[in-house]
Design a protein around this ligand. Structure first.
Ligand code: ASP
Length: 463
């Protein structure tokens, strides 16, 4: 029966069977050593000169070959203990070896931390890149964070609900990825930029507490460290105050840090709060970095930014646009102003953003739940009545049937985990990331498609 490398420390003197990859071979005169790694760790294996066929077989092993190895767990002499690895007090004395698969020499070193290797080649061979223990750890930590989130939110009566990826193109902020409809020539789906509208509709449906760990798609020009598809923790609640959403978020984040990143120190709890005006005046940004010592890897300075303007002037057109999304409610004292179309530029919203060490890691707000107010926002944004009807009639109509007051938040999960892990960019925490300009170097996507496929989709390419 297979044993895992990590468990050998409890099996001194036993003969066991290991399955895994060769992490390196060292020939020391008559003795051959290899390191064997599996998902749980790495251990040294020694091949003694006798019986002769064993070292002969071991002599051909190369890095990344896949083997089945039987051997006895021996304690290493005191002066040979390797303190760097958990199995370092032991080694396996080989008794039988079977080669399950050979490997060509990998094009990249997979035993280092990988920072020294060019990113293009790492992404091209991502399936190998992911073998390095740093990335194995990142991916596993991510899985733990997801589990913590799911456990916490289900315990708090939230329901995990999947919403469509294929939706309707509406002006939500960024450019949509469009998917042509085969069955309806000339029509398109849009890949969801976020589940915003669906989650609000779920509140109309009476689910009251929704969450989802979800992919979002935005076709934006390369901006630093962004991905065309990224992951949000998205949630929405019915009847919450702003405080309730913020407190729940805070509890969840603190829980994650304590449980999964115990070496990290949160600078201040409860998280400090700054108004948009304060942060812009004091720090010149709406995601201030409040670390006392930005050189300290363990310092996690969370802070809330609140009281954003509802509308802001578009730099280019001079027209009013929303500062977060069109569904964000103004503070109650501005409801009449919105109805009357007055004081639009000074109107303050119920939006809240969470910043961490100078990055925005979450954002949300209390929403408008009255159809006439929502309609008013679309008017202020300059949409014609026909456009409003065409693009948002489902929301306006849903809100006529007892829509509860509601609000929520979405976290940029890739970014949060990147910072908590101390990684330099979000590609280090995504299994199969894309380049800054949206290419997948491993599969070579995007790629051309056949004439036949285009024809079925009623599409002609003009070059
Ligand atoms: N849907 C919003 C976003 O993606 C977040 C929210 O307001 O809940 O930014």
């Amino acid at each position: 029966m297979r044993a895992l490398v990590k468990d050998i420390i409890n099996k001194e003197g036993e003969s066991i069977e290991l399955l895994g990859w060769v992490a390196g071979r060292r020939d020391h005169g008559k003795l051959i050593f290899i390191d064997l790694k599996d998902r749980s760790g790495i251990v040294q294996v020694v091949f003694l000169p006798k019986p002769q066929e064993l070292p002969e077989k071991a002599g051909v092993l190369r890095s990344e070959w896949v083997i089945k190895l039987s051997g006895k767990v021996n304690r290493r002499p005191e002066n040979m203990v390797n303190k760097e690895i958990p199995t370092g007090e032991f080694e396996i004395q080989a008794e039988a070896l079977e080669i399950l698969n050979e490997s060509e020499t990998p094009p990249i070193d997979v035993d280092s931390d990988g920072y020294e290797i060019g990113e293009e080649v790492r992404m091209k061979y991502r399936y190998l890149d992911l073998r390095r223990s740093r990335l194995q750890n990142n991916i596993r930590v991510r899985s733990k964070v997801n589990k913590y989130i799911r456990d916490f939110l289900t315990r708090n009566d939230f329901v995990e609900i999947e919403t469509p990826m294929l939706g309707k193109s509406t002006p939500e902020g960024a450019r949509d990825y469009l998917v042509p409809s085969r069955l309806e020539p000339g029509k398109f789906y849009a890949l969801a930029q976020s589940p915003q509208q669906y989650k609000q509709l779920l509140m109309v449906s009476g689910l009251e507490r929704y969450f989802q760990i979800v992919k979002c798609f935005r076709d934006e020009d390369t901006r630093g460290d962004r991905q065309p598809e990224f992951t949000q923790l998205d949630l929405e609640m019915s009847f919450p105050t702003r405080e309730e959403v913020m407190n729940l978020t805070e509890q969840l984040v603190i829980g994650i840090v304590k449980e999964i990143f115990p070496e990290r120190e949160i600078s201040q709890v409860p998280f400090p709060r700054l108004t948009y005006k304060e942060t812009m005046e004091q720090y010149g940004t709406d995601r201030p970095d409040l670390r006392k010592d930005p050189g300290n890897q363990n310092e996690m300075a969370f802070c809330w930014v609140i009281d954003f303007p509802v509308f802001e002037k578009d730099g280019k057109t001079g027209k009013l646009t929303y500062s977060h999304n069109p569904f964000t409610a103004p503070k109650p004292e501005y409801s009449d102003d919105l109805k009357n179309g007055e004081n639009l530029e000074t109107m303050i919203s119920q939006q809240y953003d969470l910043a961490l060490n100078g990055f925005e890691v979450a954002g949300g707000g209390i929403r408008i739940h009255q159809p006439e107010l929502l309609k008013k926002v679309f008017e202020v944004l300059g949409h014609s009545p026909e456009k409003i009807e065409e693009q948002f009639s489902h929301m306006l109509s849903a809100f006529k049937y007892g829509a509860p007051p509601h609000g929520g938040i979405a976290w940029g999960l890739d970014r949060l985990i990147t910072i908590l892990l101390g990684e330099p960019n979000i590609r280090e925490v995504i299994a199969f990331p894309k380049t800054g300009d949206g290419r997948d170097l491993m599969t070579d996507a995007p790629s051309e498609v056949t004439e036949e496929q285009l024809k079925e989709l009623h599409i002609k390419i003009s070059k």
